[in-house]
Design a binder for this molecule. Structure first.
Ligand code: NAD
Ligand code: UD1
Length: 312
């Protein structure tokens, strides 16, 4: 049994990670500012400190815990997880997304009397920007097109510093498009699957941006969290970064059709203008992930969508 801090633990991905950690018998504590996360995403028994991950003192205190015993590792998921929001509030999102990550790496140096503890953190496929080299391998050039992507790339660079200069083992994961239960369908910054699923379930029309032929690589959240725990179990040196993706392409049009079929409701599909700066094709190469962890993201899209719809 180990003791972990999960930043952003009240959010969509964090709550699934914590479900997995608790079922494996681990002890978990959370630092979250509840800006998008919800306390009720977690069992009442999980201690939650409401605070800002960019506040170094708050991160130190959360790692130390009320008993001062420290943690065995930190899963760092707290971020403003929205490209649009990073356009509207550049500096504010930078504090959470990059300064917050440095605060976590810095505190991890002193998180335990035995020395630095490992950090497993969320990066994003947004680091690739509009690189057209599909499928995208981790060696593909990074050329972010958003403050969000630039800050996630910054996290990866500081993760190298954490490892090489400060002896903090780090593992970064470039998540592609994650979906599943508890992704807020009402937030305008939510992912396309939760927006479509929520609207279809309420009998409302969906809006496809542009011609709907844009392609994404959708990963089911329960597949994703297995990599996070595996990375914590076996920290690697050299600050590695892995794609988390399926390598399987799905167009937005196809996604709408499948959701319509699974929900058993008539699909009221409308087409609106293309989203400015929308990436046309985003497909990851999962080879390095599979080689390192010996498992792939195997939940079929239909099965993951069924579970998502059942949650609504
Ligand atoms: P989410 O918004 O549900 O979770 C983020 C959590 O962080 C929330 O609970 C929020 O309240 C908290 N938070 C935000 N700013 C904070 C701050 N300054 N201090 C403390 N807590 C703060 O989003 P998610 O989809 O669960 O994202 C989790 C991580 O995965 C993020 O780092 C995100 O950038 C990354 N990611 C997500 C996707 C995706 O498709 N969902 C894709 C790539 C990367
Ligand atoms: C997503 C993530 C981002 C991550 C990036 C990695 C979300 C909200 N964003 O951005 O955090 O860094 O992947 O590459 O998960 N669409 C519609 N109608 C809608 C909503 C969306 O047609 O109502 C379209 C969009 O125009 C886009 C596609 O669906 O073409 C996917 O959009 P979205 O879910 O917002 O994700 P990304 O932009 O890929």
């Amino acid at each position: 049994m180990a003791r972990y801090l999960v930043t952003g633990g009240c959010g969509f991905i964090g709550s699934h990670l914590i479900e997995r950690l608790l079922s494996a018998g681990h002890e978990v504590r959370v630092l979250d500012d509840l800006s998008t996360g919800k306390r009720e995403n977690l069992p009442a028994s999980v201690p939650v400190t409401v605070g800002d991950v960019a506040d170094a003192a708050a991160v130190e205190a959360a790692m130390a815990g009320s008993d001062g015993d420290g943690v065995d590792g930190c899963f760092h998921l707290a971020a403003v997880a929205s490209v649009d929001r990073s356009r509207e509030a550049w500096l504010e999102t930078h504090h959470a997304n990059l300064s917050g990550t440095i605060a976590v790496f810095d505190a991890a140096r002193r998180a335990n009397a035995k020395g630095p503890v490992p950090v497993v953190y969320a990066s994003s496929a947004a680091v690739y920007g509009d690189n057209p080299a599909m499928p995208l391998s981790e060696d593909a050039a990074t050329r972010p097109l958003s403050a969000y992507g630039a800050d996630k790339l910054g996290c990866e660079l500081h993760a190298r510093v954490a490892d090489i200069v400060h002896g903090v083992p780090t593992t970064g994961f470039r998540f592609f498009n994650v979906y599943g239960p508890r992704q807020d369908p009402k937030s305008p910054y939510s992912g396309v699957i939760s927006i479509f699923a929520g609207r279809i379930a309420r009998g409302e029309p969906i809006t496809i941006n542009g011609d709907g032929q844009q392609v994404r690589d959708f990963i089911f959240v329960k597949d994703l969290v297995r990599y996070l725990t595996a990375a914590m179990d076996t920290p690697r040196s050299g600050a590695p970064v892995f794609n988390v993706c399926t390598g399987r392409p799905t167009t937005v049009n196809r996604l709408a059709e499948v959701l319509g079929e699974l929900s058993g409701r008539p699909l009221d599909r409308r087409y609106g203008p293309a989203r400015p700066g929308d990436i046309r094709v985003s497909i990851g190469d999962p080879s390095r992930l599979i080689a390192a962890f010996g498992m792939s993201c195997d939940t079929a899209l239909e099965d993951g969508l069924r579970e998502t719809l059942a949650w609504l």
